[in-house]
Design a binder for this molecule. Structure first.
Ligand SMILES: [Zn+2]
Length: 240
């Protein structure tokens, strides 16, 4: 996802096959996006659909630009990310035979509490998901925007998010007992989300749902979604 604030763009997470994703967006989306727009990136957790593209982004930007991408996450998550990438990227094209570290590819920025981004702040909250995952609250002073990241249904997180004017919350439609496991332990079912008050539902857009959640018209989902709306792929949501 891209957050655009008066022209400043912050990307949230980076799934694998970025060129394929952007090609699809540029064919079907409302606005074109090129890979050189990745200048600031916030990471939520280590699942591949959220960080699988960081390595390709690293190599792309290393060979294409002198300006490293700013990579934001709590310090422990930056460490986890480099642990994951290290074996693929430590031996590199430095040229002097030395080993590369994360800051050779990115400008890693460990998030402080109420991190000052210059013009707005960002708070973090650990969600009910594994591996450890971070939700984000963007505070623009007169407007707050909450982003659940991946999470099981968690009333503490809901309360933390409810301070926001607009919320994006993940949601799982369909059966939750699948493949011998219970998806409720790490994702939020629509049944649980529908127990929340109408005021919360009206300011919340659901995302991270499966492709079969609607057929042609996202305004007509294949499920009862109460007063929620769906966040739609390749479309722009105006927050203000
Ligand atoms: Zn996940």
């Amino acid at each position: 996802m891209i957050l655009n604030m008066d022209g400043r763009e912050i990307f949230i997470d980076c799934p694998a096959y970025i060129p394929k994703m952007l090609a699809d967006n540029n064919k079907n989306g409302e606005g074109k996006v090129t890979i050189d727009r990745y200048k600031e990136l916030i990471i939520t957790h280590m699942h591949a659909d959220h960080v699988g593209g960081v390595e390709e982004l690293a190599y792309w930007q290393y060979f294409k630009t002198e300006n490293p991408i700013k990579l934001y996450a709590p310090k422990w998550l930056l460490q986890d990310l480099w642990t994951h990438l290290r074996t693929a990227m430590e031996e590199s094209a430095r040229g002097d035979g030395g080993l590369a570290s994360m800051d050779w590819f990115f400008e890693p920025i460990p998030l402080q509490d109420k991190h000052d981004f210059g013009g707005f702040t960002v708070e973090t909250h650990v969600t009910k998901h594994f591996p450890r995952t971070v939700a984000y609250m963007f505070d623009f002073g007169n407007f707050k925007f909450g982003y659940s990241s991946d999470t099981g249904f968690d009333r503490n997180l809901i309360e933390w998010l409810d301070r926001a004017d607009v919320i994006l919350h993940e949601c799982r439609f369909g059966p939750t007992n699948v493949l011998g496991g219970d998806l409720n332990t790490l994702h939020s079912s629509i049944a649980d989300m529908l127990t929340l008050p109408e005021s919360f539902q009206r300011k919340t857009h659901l995302y991270h749902y499966a492709d079969d959640t609607f057929d042609d018209d996202p305004l007509k989902p294949n499920y009862e979604i109460g007063h929620y709306r769906l966040l739609v792929q390749n479309k722009t949501l105006k927050l203000l």
